[in-house]
Write a protein that binds this ligand. Structure first.
Ligand code: TYM
Length: 355
C-alpha cells in the first residue's frame, strides 16, 4: 500500500495590498520550501468574491499577487503557480464538501464571525462556505502540507475534519474501488482517499501584529495604513512607518522573557529576527538594554534593505502582464491535469455518472 506523496499547497487572496505579515507568515516560507518539496502556489481569486462580489480590478489584483510570488523568488518552472478560477475542479470539489461539512462547523469559524459581524443572516452563503472551498483547494491535489500564518489554523483544522468525514462516510466504496491510501493518524494506521493535511505554521513570525496596536494582527483591512508595511511601499514610507510604530517608554529588555506583556516591543523584535533570518534571542543579545531610538533606525534599515527590492521587482514584473498571464496559464494547465485526475476518482467514489 502506498503513502501520500509529500506535496505543498498554499494560496493568497487577491484583495488589497500584500503586507509584511503576508510576506513573513507565507511568501517567505513558500520560497524556503521550494527547494525541498513539490509545491503548488495559488492566487485564490474565487475566494475574493465571498466578502465583496464586485471588484473594480480583480484581474489586476490577481496579477499583482502572481507578480509578488515571482518577485519574492518563486520559480515558475519548479513550482506550479496559477489562479484558482482556471481550474474549475476547485469549485466542483467544494460543492461535494458542502455536502460533507456541517453548518455548525462553518458557524464556529472565527473568521466568518468577524467578517459577517452582527448581521449574519445577511452575509453571503459563499462567506459561510469559504472554508469548504479552501479545503477543496488543498485536497483536489491531495496536498499533505500547507504553509500559512497562524490566522488560518482553524480553517486547516476544518480541512482535516472534512477529509476525515469524507474518508469515513465513503470508506467502503474507497476500499472497494481500491482508491485508499494508507496513513498514520496518531498511533493508528488508517486508510483514506484524502490525506489529513498538516498545517505548517512555522518560521519566526507566523503572526505579525499591527504597528499601531500590538494586540491586533497586521491586516489588509485595517483602516490605518500606518498599521502595516505594504510590499509596494517605497523606502521612505517603510522607514517612516517604523519610526511611527507604537512602542512603550522602556528600553529593550535584557532577555526574551522580558518581552512578555510588551506586545509592541515583542512584535518589532520578532519582525527584526524574521527579516534578518536570525532568532529573537540573538536580536535581544544585540539590542537588549538599548532605547527604541537606537533600535528603530536599525530595523528601518533592515526592512528597507530586504523589502524595497521586492517592491521594485513586483512593479517591474507587473509591467509585463502578458508574461504573468503566461505563467498562470501554464501553471493552470499543470494544476488542471492533477485536479482532473482526483475528480475522476471522486466521481467514482461518490457515485456520479459522468462517463
Ligand atoms: P490571506 O490572503 O488572508 O493571507 C495570505 C497568507 O498570509 C498569512 N497572513 C499572515 N501571516 C502572519 N502575520 C499576519 N499578520 C498575517 N496576515 C496574513 C495568512 O495566514 C496566509 O497564509 N484563506 C486564505 C487563503 C487560502 C488558502 C487556501 C491558504 C485560500 N485557500 C488553501 C492555504 C491553503 C487567506 O485568506 O489568506
Amino acid at each position: 500500500m502506498s503513502e501520500f506523496r509529500q506535496l505543498i499547497f498554499s494560496g493568497v487572496q487577491p484583495t488589497g495590498n500584500l503586507h509584511l505579515g503576508n510576506y513573513l507568515g507565507a511568501l517567505q516560507r513558500f520560497v524556503a520550501l521550494q527547494d525541498s518539496y513539490d509545491c503548488i502556489y495559488c492566487v485564490v481569486d474565487m475566494h475574493s468574491l465571498t466578502a465583496t462580489l464586485v471588484h473594480d480590478d480583480l484581474m489586476e489584483q490577481t496579477r499583482a499577487i502572481a507578480a509578488a510570488y515571482l518577485a519574492c523568488g518563486l520559480d515558475p518552472k519548479k513550482n506550479i503557480i496559477f489562479n484558482q478560477s482556471r481550474v474549475p475542479q476547485h469549485a466542483e470539489l467544494a460543492w461535494i464538501f458542502n455536502c460533507v461539512a456541517r453548518i455548525g462547523w462553518m458557524n464556529r469559524m472565527t473568521q466568518f464571525k468577524d467578517k459577517a459581524g452582527k448581521d449574519r443572516e445577511n452575509a453571503s452563503l459563499g462567506l459561510l462556505a469559504y472554508p469548504s472551498l479552501m479545503a477543496a483547494d488543498i485536497l483536489v491535489y491531495r496536498a499533505t502540507h500547507v504553509p500559512v500564518g497562524e490566522d488560518q489554523k482553524q480553517h486547516l483544522e476544518l480541512t482535516r475534519d472534512i477529509a476525515q468525514k469524507f474518508n469515513n462516510d465513503f470508506s467502503d466504496r474507497i476500499a472497494a474501488l481500491g482508491l485508499g491510501v494508507e496513513m498514520m493518524v496518531g498511533e493508528e494506521k488508517v486508510n483514506g482517499f484524502f490525506p489529513l493535511t498538516e498545517p505548517l505554521i512555522e518560521g519566526p513570525a507566523p503572526r505579525v501584529m499591527s504597528l499601531r496596536d500590538g494586540s491586533k494582527k497586521m491586516s489588509k483591512s485595517d483602516p490605518s495604513d500606518l498599521s502595516r508595511i505594504n510590499l509596494l511601499d517605497d523606502a521612505d514610507t517603510i522607514a517612516r512607518k517604523i519610526k511611527k510604530a507604537k512602542t512603550d517608554p522602556e528600553p529593550l529588555p535584557g532577555d526574551v522573557e522580558g518581552l512578555e506583556g510588551r506586545p509592541e516591543a515583542d512584535n518589532l523584535v520578532t519582525i527584526y529576527a524574521a527579516l534578518a533570518g536570525t532568532t529573537r534571542e540573538q536580536v535581544i543579545a544585540d539590542f537588549g538594554g538599548r532605547q527604541f531610538s537606537d533600535f528603530k533606525p536599525a530595523l528601518a534599515d533592515l526592512a528597507v534593505e530586504k523589502l524595497a527590492p521586492i517592491g521594485e521587482e513586483m512593479r517591474r514584473i507587473a509591467g509585463d502582464p502578458a508574461y504573468i498571464d503566461g505563467v498562470l496559464r501554464d501553471g493552470g494547465e499543470r494544476a488542471g491535469a492533477m485536479a482532473e485526475q482526483t475528480m475522476k476518482q471522486v466521481h467514482q467514489i461518490v457515485g456520479l455518472l459522468v462517463n
